[in-house]
Design a protein around this ligand. Sequence first.
Ligand code: GTP
Ligand code: MG
Length: 555
Amino acid sequence: RAGGRALRLLPGRLRAPAARLGSRGAAEAQEDAEVNTRKKTFTEVQTERLEQAERTVLIKCPSRLNEKKLLQYLSSHGKINSHFFFENRGIHALIEFSEKSSVASLQDVVGIPKAVEHHVVPFKSRLFTFTLKNPVAKTAEETPVHLSPQSHIPVNELIQKLHKADSISSQMYILLNEYQLTEENIKLRFLACSLVQDFARAYFPDSTVKPFGSSVNTFGKLGCDVDMFLDFRDAQEHAAKMKKGPFEMEYQMKRLPSERLATQKILSVIGDCLDNFGPGCVSIQKILNARCPLVKFAHQPTGFQCDLSVSNSIAIRSSELLYIYGTLDPRVRALVFSLRCWARVHGLTNSIPGTWITNFSLTMMVMFFLQKRSPPIIPTLDQLKELADEKDKHIIGGYDCSFVSDLSKINPTKNTETLDELLCDFFEYFGNFDFRKNSLNLRRGKEVNKPESSPLYIWNPFEQDLNISKNVNQPQLEKFVAMARESAWILQKEDRTQRMINKEPWGLAALLIPFGKSNTNKMRRTKGMGSETIRSLLDSLKLSNASNLQKAVGK
Ligand code: GTP
Ligand code: MG
């Protein structure tokens, strides 16, 4: 099933891992042929999905429902391209029309609620509630609709599934298939952005709201937040082309002393707008004094936690860079998803900001590790820059952020290592990394001397004087190292066949159980450990107490 889901939902990108899971045949050969067709660039995917989202509506449906009748009714407003149902405080249908005009046609016939107790704000969104005019009639016709899951299975259920695999590599692909965003979930994420965009456009008609971060960088897991940003760039680019004729023409615009202040003002107003008029937008928090000002809110109709900021070019470049890495080789995503899950289980990462390693930093550590393989599995950022052409040129704030966007220009890796080897070597590599002396530089794919004393130093690939893991403190880094060593030890020493026979968790599954609970060999190994490792382990135990958390550090 795992492979099947990947094939259905994410064409191209995931066929290779799915093929590895099953036996080879004609069907797989055909899939392989499709893998070789050109992979879309990041911008192509974004543009396509944003445009789809503008033709999409979300309907809260009656609990008993005749799917065929609903679709038939909606089709009277235009052709439906795709649809699915999901559960989120009641059944919802996402309907993607072929034409944007169908949305307007539907909006024309939708009424405004006659609220007796509440007064409604008459903002007409693309969120509707359908109820049956005659709810008791013809219930026999109503069959349960297929509900598309929007969250992943709990870790304990995952561990059961991992038992049935025949290698660590296939365990990692099972995890990937269970956790990755589905086609449906991606559509819902883009719809959430598009609905926020409707508000932004009430003030700034040329603006767009686009997702970034893990919703689009290929490393998103079901349930992760939607990072979105308000973009005015498209409008500015258009204006630059219009400089013809005898006059220098410009708009009269409000001038503010800094870009930051402008960002804060725009976000503040849009935050208020969502708060006051946005259907289902709740728990709005304006965090305008953070390094990167943002508005946090929960979007109830789609069920997402959202972070809205104003165009942050560097973050978008980071998303595209990770998209490229995640799309180049199927092992990359399988390794990242497994390690993100491992880190979460052992409390190395946390959804609350703090002194923990972030998912973003952890992903960069995996990328660095893959650059260091021999032969490398992914290219360095400098190598990607060499392949860039004129249209890939991006200078942001004086930094050259150019790299190739066309994936077909990047030579596939000659590295054939299995994920079994890569997982074990990741733990070995970082379990023994000289963090006191060295930093991780993804631009060069090299360890370099640390420029300052932060415990963990990962160069921001685009703003070379910044450390993306500045928030990580020494005890957290030591905990990471201790867990990595322990994991390497488990993978190397476990008697896999015996554990399989005994129906005990093995391989990746053994790493996804908190070590104190699972590891019968722990005492034996501790004897051989240096005092430093024991101290790290003790620190990590102390740190699992939430009251010890240091002051939260924002993004
Ligand atoms: P999850 O939400 O944990 O799944 O991962 P994410 O990659 O979306 O991380 P997060 O929501 O924390 O941040 C969203 C994006 O902001 C990231 O993908 C990065 O592009 C960017 N970002 C986050 N933290 C940092 C940081 O410390 N430095 C820089 N330069 N960018 C960051
Ligand atoms: Mg995120």
